[in-house]
Design a binder for this molecule. Sequence first.
Ligand SMILES: Nc1ncnc2c1ncn2[C@@H]1O[C@H](COP(=O)(O)OP(=O)(O)OP(=O)(O)O)[C@@H](O)[C@H]1O
Length: 289
Amino acid sequence: MTDDLDQELEERGLGRYERFRGDHPIVVKGLVNRFGEQTVHEDLSLTVNRGEILGVVGGSGTGKSVLMRSIIGLQTPNEGEIEVFGRSMTNAEPDENLGIRNRWGVLFQGGALFSTLTVGENVEVPLKQFYPEIEPDLMHEIARYKVMLSGLPEDAVTKYPAELSGGMKKRAGLARALALDPELLFLDEPTAGLDPIGAAAFDRLTRELKQTLGLTVFLITHDLDTLYEICDRVAVLADKKVIAVGTIPELLETDHPWIEEYFNGPRGRAAQASKRRAESMDKRGQSGD
Ligand SMILES: Nc1ncnc2c1ncn2[C@@H]1O[C@H](COP(=O)(O)OP(=O)(O)OP(=O)(O)O)[C@@H](O)[C@H]1O
């Protein structure tokens, strides 16, 4: 990049930055969110470790999406403190956070693609927003690369969302979330609505991307297989707060009735059995049996 461009980006708060080296890219303390009479979060705290896939679970309406929206600045909390990459998100003006917002990517529920744009053009939206000076040819090339990184065929670049299957739409949304080479990835129910094979493939892709790109992933899900297969830790939302965070074996040691019911109910047991089967097949494969 030229010195002029470097300077311009610096002035817009988008200058070069070091990747976050601290232990906790997200720290939430004492979060309160209310809508009218309804209190969704009351004194909620959560710390996310760098490099982990954190699964966020909880009953419907417990405020998982509101928590994610608070962290990415789409919801202004009533009280509390949120730090992303060590910088306060709660006391800053939106413009001050430009240099933080280009360091995360978000896959919203349902993909949230622009239906009048092709997949490639969808991926270019954040690039144009943050880096309008990139030449069109390079922009197309970056978009094409992100589409393929997300496991879509190259010709998906010129397709419209309506021409894609549900699983392909998710991957297109993921390609857009990866547009700016994020360090943090937010996924809101990425496998909802996918068949089990498509969901397992999406899980594998998430894990591979985490490893190859060094991502930290905040993953809201109801999918027990996803929790067992790819999450390093799981945070449980209930009673307006995060009532427990840990590995699944650690969570099973708590005696909260919701956690017990969730992981040891019929679906939880099926997911455990499927994980055990996969592990024993892996072992057999490794020993050449
Ligand atoms: N903008 C808003 N205005 C009013 N109420 C809202 C708003 N956004 C969310 N809520 C309410 O906050 C609560 C939590 O919503 P949220 O979408 O975070 O739940 P969730 O845990 O993600 O649920 P689900 O698992 O069903 O997606 C719900 O009762 C919802 O109706």
